[in-house]
Design a protein around this ligand. Structure first.
Ligand code: GDP
Ligand code: MG
Length: 283
């Protein structure tokens, strides 16, 4: 029972030609430190991105991220190749002075656009590597009362540069009612402060009803409530990725526990191509 990330359906999203070459996708994670950014990307792609670090076990291996780091993983599923780049950013909040903590991240994104532009205007246009950041998952703390001033500042500094997908981090620390309340508050504030997050494209009118309902559910889940874990636990005889508590088990991939599967489905199965198109055409 090999696990799949699910991007083998990508050929439906694009032209056949890209299938042979494989896909490039760059995903960035940003937000306050300690919110589970590094853990979540590991959980998302079922790979230990940090395996080259010489420490004992997976849990320990994720040490604090102190500078912008790039991890490239090549994954292949059912004959479809994906070259995935994860850009991990140092979380802010640790420093005494957090003024312009978004600056290095914004600069990094700009540099990738500039590099791509230079390559595109150069002589060897055939084998350009696209390192532009196609999506930024922005982590919001579950311990506050909505967005913090830094969150607003950070997202506003980035929203013209990159597709921002906001997530409510560590959703296992909240009750379902609290999750709903926080989501509503965050949505209101995103609106109030004029933050332009990634807009899901309108559904084609000729899509079937089931697809439309799924699409609607996806849009209404923003910000996705997520839970990350690098450990496999046993729940009712099944081995699942989860977090173990004295009162029970939180399953990362259980849709009634959090929106993890929705986030992953949207990133790799349904909206990867749109995220790339918007990056190219708008950002
Ligand atoms: P980062 O600084 O944002 O990259 O955060 P890390 O991924 O390094 O995680 C910080 C700590 O939070 C670690 O001890 C993780 O095991 C823990 N953690 C990560 N994700 C979750 C989650 O979804 N829920 C809970 N309760 N803890 C988490
Ligand atoms: Mg980290």
């Amino acid at each position: 029972d090999k696990e799949y990330v699910g991007f083998a359906t990508l050929p439906n999203q694009v032209h056949r030609k890209s299938v042979k070459k494989g896909f490039d996708f760059t995903l960035m994670v940003a937000g306050e430190s300690g919110l589970g950014k590094s853990t979540l990307v590991n959980s998302l792609f079922l790979t230990d991105m940090y395996r080259d670090r010489k420490l004992l076990n997976a849990e320990e291996r994720i040490t604090q991220t102190v500078e912008i780091t790039k991890h490239v993983v090549d994954i292949e599923e059912k004959g479809v190749k994906l070259r995935l780049t994860i850009v991990d950013t140092p979380g802010f909040g640790d420093a005494v002075n957090n003024t312009e903590c978004w600056k290095p991240v914004a600069d990094y994104i700009d540099q990738q656009f500039e590099q791509y532009f230079r390559d595109e205007s150069g002589l060897n246009r055939k084998n350009i590597q696209d390192n532009r950041v196609h999506c930024c998952i922005y982590f919001i703390s579950p311990f506050g009362h909505g967005l913090r001033p830094l969150d607003v500042e950070f997202m506003r500094a980035l929203h013209q540069r990159v597709n921002i997908v906001p997530v409510l981090a560590k959703a296992d620390t909240l009750t379902p009612a609290e999750v709903e309340r926080m989501k509503n508050k965050i949505r209101e504030e995103i609106d109030h402060y004029g933050i332009r997050i990634y807009q899901f494209p309108e559904c084609d009118s000729d899509e079937d009803e089931e697809f439309k309902l799924q699409d609607q559910a996806l849009k209404e889940s923003i910000p996705f409530a997520v839970i990350g874990s690098n450990t496999v636990v046993e729940a009712k005889g099944r081995r699942v990725r989860g977090r173990l508590y004295p009162w029970g088990i939180v399953e990362v991939e259980n849709p009634s526990h959090c929106d993890f599967v929705k986030l992953r489905t949207m990133l790799v199965r349904t909206h990867m191509q749109d995220l790339k198109d918007v990056t190219r055409e708008t950002h």
